[in-house]
Design a protein around this ligand. Structure first.
Ligand SMILES: [Zn+2]
Ligand SMILES: [Zn+2]
Length: 667
């Protein structure tokens, strides 16, 4: 056996190859020979198929290397299946609606609040949002091609498409027919800058920061026991203006303590608090009585802001609450049902007044005297001074805690009483739990994670009081209180009594779709669409239906549904994309929307800390591709154990490169 020596040519040593340059040559060769098109059509006539469904990338910024990780997997799996002769859809998706786009456009235009958007014009603003999406979709396409990601570029799906939006309408109508959709009055986490409610899904993913707040120890004078006070602690002084009750644990031991001729009640286990708060202006204290929380129930006290018009007629009493603990504070909890979730639940149980003090911008409304017009976030100090003047402040203290912030703009959230729209999960959660077993979860612990979320999640809040997003097709009759959900464009046209001409020819977005009014079926009144837009996970959750033309080409949908394979980074998606697809598929078809789910972990910086634009340790894709090459990255990704976080190595700098050239050592 002999081989002609001319077969082998000298090659550059592996650590001397200019990979980025090499890749450019290869990509050029692909282009010149139409290799991508050959690939896409290679198995067109095959009788076996593999249905891949792409989780849409948010088209709002250039890709980072963390996007490249997921996209490298997507490409790897699809290529393998192509080589094995499977016919496939190579459709990439762009996620295009929602607050994330709005916030960036607001920044571009130098806007501070929602009022600026209204003044600018919703139509113009929405137009800008669309443009931003197309701009970044183009950019991400170029980047993906640079990654060597072979997809049917130019035939992507966009969640802003009419088909996507109308298919969600269809889904919502189904929810309504089954009685799942309801308008809820509840206290929700709220961003006062974005002026919208933030769902629990969004907070749990990325919404906390370590911060310090002014907390207050306040005394509430007991009406029937002169000289005696409930000692109460709060970390949100602004909510004291909405106080209606104080809660104790009925089974917990409390003490009555004498100090400087006055008497305080607090939990026995928290007596140490008095020692810690002592200081020169307060004398020694001693316990004069021990009692159970249950003995304090029904006591009435003077509220800290009884003089405010909004507090007139409120009777302040002590109520029982099993969640009161003796771990911090005083064991007596200030209750403001208009500013706290659990507080609101208690108000329903004990028929307490509900005082809701702030508007959508977190500003006190009328009825709060000197507080009216002020921002809740800014009044802590003034509240403390006012209470001190009234003799009700025991002690102010700075308090460090983890506090929820807006995932988009980082503003601290408040809790606010609002009317929002929800999909009830009471029944649905069990129906979903029945189908998740059909799915092959990789890694296997994914199933338990999803079940854990399904067991514990609240109802799904689907509304947002914003502009750029799915127009929720809900028509809430102001006259008779019934509401209608429209399942599609034709149905809207049928029921329209005015505004159709204005809407026709536009996408189903605000403000155009809002022009259409319908007639209430019950009372004949003219009804407008509610102003809210939808939660963006509705947009991504519907793609197993919309992108496969569930409503417009049902046979095609049958051919490709359910997907054989989906893949995304798992930490957040159990309660986001995976979850929303499961909800929608359960309601529409009572079956799993995908057969295999392959999840991978999180990409972090070299030192293991999260990558963030604001921290300056985020690596943009182009930088990595230009310096080390796409294939090097893909090799790194393909070699990694997917369920482990990937510590992305630092990209060599110019200096590193120069040094390597001089010393001859690899970078
Ligand atoms: Zn915000
Ligand atoms: Zn009506």
């Amino acid at each position: 056996m002999s081989v002609k020596s001319s077969v082998f040519r000298a090659v550059t040593a592996a650590d001397r190859v200019d990979y980025p340059a090499l890749e450019m040559t290869i990509q050029k060769w692909w282009d010149e020979h139409g290799v991508l098109q050959m690939y896409l059509h290679r198995n067109e006539d095959s009788d076996k198929q593999f249905s891949f469904l792409d989780g849409p990338i948010t088209a709002n910024n250039p890709m980072g290397v963390h996007h490249a990780w997921g996209r490298a997997y997507k490409d790897l799996y699809q290529r393998l299946k192509t080589m094995q002769g499977y016919k496939q859809r190579y459709q990439n998706g762009f996620d295009s609606q929602g607050l994330w786009v709005e916030v960036e456009v607001e920044k571009e235009l130098g806007m501070q609040t929602k009022r600026d958007i209204e003044a600018y014009g919703i139509d113009e603003f929405v137009q800008r949002c669309k443009e931003r999406v197309f701009t970044f979709a183009k950019r991400q396409t170029e980047q993906s091609i640079r990654l060597g990601y072979w997809m049917d570029w130019g035939h992507d799906y966009y969640t802003l498409s009419d088909e996507n939006n109308y298919t969600i309408w269809f889904f919502l109508k189904k929810c309504h027919e089954r009685g799942f959709l309801y308008k809820g009055r509840d206290v929700m986490p709220w961003c006062p800058r974005c002026a919208t409610g933030i769902s629990n899904m969004e907070i749990e993913s990325e919404g906390y920061k370590e911060t310090s707040h002014l907390s207050l120890y306040v005394r509430f004078p007991l009406v029937d026991h002169p000289g005696e006070y409930l000692l109460v602690w709060t970390t949100t002084p602004w909510t004291l203006a909405a106080n209606v009750a104080a809660a104790v644990h009925p089974d917990l031991p409390y003490v009555k303590v004498e100090q400087d001729g006055e008497y305080y009640y607090l939990a026995q286990e928290l007596l140490s608090v008095l020692k810690a708060l002592k200081g020169r202006d307060k004398g020694d204290y001693h316990v004069t009585q021990t009692l159970k929380g249950s003995e304090m129930l029904g006591w009435s006290y003077r509220g800290p802001f009884d003089e405010l018009p909004a507090e007139q007629g409120v009777v302040h009493t002590v109520v029982p609450w099993k969640d009161v603990s003796a771990t911090e504070g005083t064991g007596i909890v200030h209750i403001a049902p208009g500013c706290g979730r659990e507080d609101f639940a208690l108000s329903k149980e004990f028929n307490l007044s509900v005082v809701a003090p702030v508007d959508e911008f977190g500003v006190y409304t009328d009825g709060y005297d000197w507080l009216t017009g002020q921002h809740a976030a800014e009044v802590g100090q003034q509240i403390a001074e006012n209470l001190a003047q009234k003799g009700l402040l025991y002690r102010p203290q700075n308090y460090k805690h983890r506090y929820p912030t807006c995932w988009r703009c980082k503003t601290e959230l408040i809790f606010r009483l609002v009317d929002e729209w929800f999909i009830s999960m009471e029944e649905l959660r069990y129906e979903i739990m029945d189908i998740v077993g059909q799915i092959n979860w990789i890694p296997a612990f994914g199933l338990e994670r999803e079940l854990d979320w399904l067991r514990n999640m609240d109802d799904w809040m689907i509304s947002k009081k914003r502009y750029w997003g799915l127009a929720l097709p809900i028509y809430d009759c102001p006259q008779c209180g019934s509401f209608e959900v429209i399942g599609g464009k034709d149905e809207l046209q049928e029921l329209a009594v005015s505004g159709w001409e204005e809407f026709e020819g536009h996408s189903p977005h605000r403000p155009w779709v809002d022009a259409v009014k319908i007639r209430c079926r019950k009372c004949n009144a003219e009804v407008s669409r509610i102003k809210d837009v939808g939660n963006p996970w509705l947009d991504a959750g519907i793609v197993p239906f919309s992108t496969l033309h569930y409503l417009t080409d049902h046979r095609y949908w049958q051919q490709w549904f359910p997907a054989d394979f989906v893949t995304e980074s798992f930490p957040g998606q159990f309660r986001n994309w995976f979850y929303s697809m499961l909800v929608m598929s359960t309601v529409l078809e009572d079956t799993a929307p995908f057969k295999t789910l392959f999840g991978y972990a999180t990409l972090v910086a070299e030192d293991g800390t999260p990558m963030h634009k604001s921290k300056g340790n985020m690596i943009v894709f182009d930088e990595a591709a230009e310096r080390v090459g796409s294939d090097t990255m893909r090799w790194l990704f393909a070699n990694h154990i997917p369920e482990k976080n990937l510590h992305f190595p630092r990209i060599p700098t110019d200096e590193d490169m120069e040094k390597a050239a001089q010393t001859g050592l690899p970078v």
